[in-house]
Ligand binder design. Sequence first.
Ligand code: AMP
Length: 294
Amino acid sequence: MRIVETIDGLGAWRGSCVLVPTMGALHAGHADLIRRAATLARSELAARGADGRRGVVVSVFVNPTQFNEKNDFERYPRTLESDAALAARAGADAVFAPSVPEMYPRGLGAGVPALPAAATEPKLEDAHRPGHFAGVCQVVRRLFEATLPAVAVFGEKDWQQLQVVRQMTAVLGLGIEIVGVPTVREPDGLAMSSRNVFLSAADRGRALSISRALRAAGGLSDAGAAERDMRAVLDEAGVVVEYATVRDGETLRAPGAGACRALIAGRVGAVRLIDNAPWPGWGASGRGEPGSIS
Ligand code: AMP
């Protein structure tokens, strides 16, 4: 496993890899993405008739253009050495850790693609984090350009981001397959996040209400009732709710005929957390299901 800081340094992996984009501070959720990428690179793609062996490239880049708050960017955990060790254990061939000038040689404002509808219409993350998806689309497009992957793997944890990346990739006609991986949770249900380290013990307890609210909503078949129920659970726990809503899983508009998703964003103390789950019916056995929630 190599740590590479330049596009040139990617060598033969450029144009022949499965990419896992991250901002580092890797945890078990990221490890799942990397394992999925390794399975794709080593067997699934070959079984589908792709030529040659593909590498697994994990990018670690704390992208300044997607942060809304300077403080959030500055205090974001940077742990490249342990990230590289985790990535290697999970099956990565290379960690791509570029500098800001390597990523944005034409400046931080250049290369923002037209934003797809999922990035501007739903009034979810787009309403609460203005400019965030412009930064996400900019960095993802640049990472795609740098690594030229066959497949890129993203987490369902950032559900709206996954839909935005899917739409952007389709609109740009990049021919890159986007694979989503279910959310990895702590045994008590809390979705793993690099920001969880900033939760005090009391706030961590409050944060559990988020997965509890999603699970409660999953038992209700009326979207309006599910939204009211989520809000009640979160309010009672002291989470400052930004949204708690049920949407079409793909368009992120009001629920229609397609599969739906319940999505929550809220502040717990100084930490902003997001989570989501299939709706209704989250609670059946399977991955992404919290082990035990009282
Ligand atoms: P980040 O480093 O937070 O930008 O995340 C990098 C990738 O890991 C994104 O595609 C996230 O959706 C994904 N990810 C983050 N947390 C989790 C989790 N708990 N389970 C699965 N994927 C995750």
